[in-house]
Write a protein that binds this ligand. Structure first.
Ligand code: NI
Length: 234
């Protein structure tokens, strides 16, 4: 007479053999991820230009910001997918930098959305519970709700000032890993680099609304974006 335990063994063995297939990343799968995303600018600024004049040491820097990140991968084959990075709008302070403006404090702020589309490669077998991937693609960054501070308005000798940042389209690269906990849920960690270059146009107006001064500054924001979160596989 066989004990129930022994009769269960083949079932357990079958389940263990089958379990890698349960986690398989197959063509047609959709993987959604949500987590904390940090945009950490590795920025470098040119000098502020007024007309043809460069103001030496008048530079700016951009601080980092954390938001809810949402990403998705759609597997077009067992090893290739299309990835999308989305998030709630990031908000960054723009502060004075360089020999002349270092210590000037906050000059402006902006919000932006950096949707990033990548072609992703998943090198491991589709049954692996750990799925590293790398991707390359394009980032589009739209800046909006740009606002200046009284500090900037004062520095321009103006009564009112505006700042506007050009949209950016550039190369993006990513590295990530999904770790399956079960058939549906798992963890994700990912890092992106995006080439985000913008030109800021600063304008100062007098109390009658006449344009007094126009300045421009090129800023390479080129951020690293980090995300830690959960995955759900459909
Ligand atoms: Ni750049």
């Amino acid at each position: 007479m066989t004990s129930p335990g022994i009769r269960l063994l083949p079932l357990v063995a079958t389940a263990m053999l089958a379990s890698p297939l349960v986690h398989a990343y197959d063509a047609g799968d959709l993987i959604l991820r949500a987590g904390v995303a940090v945009v950490d600018p590795q920025d470098s600024s040119g000098n502020v230009r007024v007309g043809a004049t460069e103001l030496d040491g008048w530079e700016v820097n951009v601080d980092s910001n954390r938001q809810l990140g949402l990403t998705a991968s759609y597997l077009v084959s067992d090893h290739f997918g299309v990835g999308l990075l989305a998030a709630t709008p990031f908000k960054h302070n723009i502060s004075g930098d360089g020999a002349a403006l270092n210590g000037a404090g906050k000059l402006a702020e902006t919000k932006h959305l950096p949707p990033t589309l990548t072609l992703q490669y998943f090198p491991l077998a589709s049954g692996s519970t750990v799925q590293p991937y790398l991707g390359i693609g394009v980032n589009y960054t739209n800046f909006f709700e740009e606002e200046t501070t009284p500090t900037l308005t004062g520095a321009l000798g103006a009564d009112r000032s505006t700042i506007e940042l050009d949209d950016s389209i550039g190369l993006a690269a990513e590295l990530g890993v999904d770790i399956a906990l079960d058939e549906r849920f798992g963890f994700n960690a990912a890092i992106w680099w995006a080439d985000i270059d913008t030109e800021a146009t600063i304008k100062g107006y007098d109390s009658a609304g006449n344009l007094k001064a126009t300045g421009k500054v090129d800023v390479d924001i080129d951020p690293l974006v980090y995300m830690l979160g959960f995955t759900y596989r459909f």
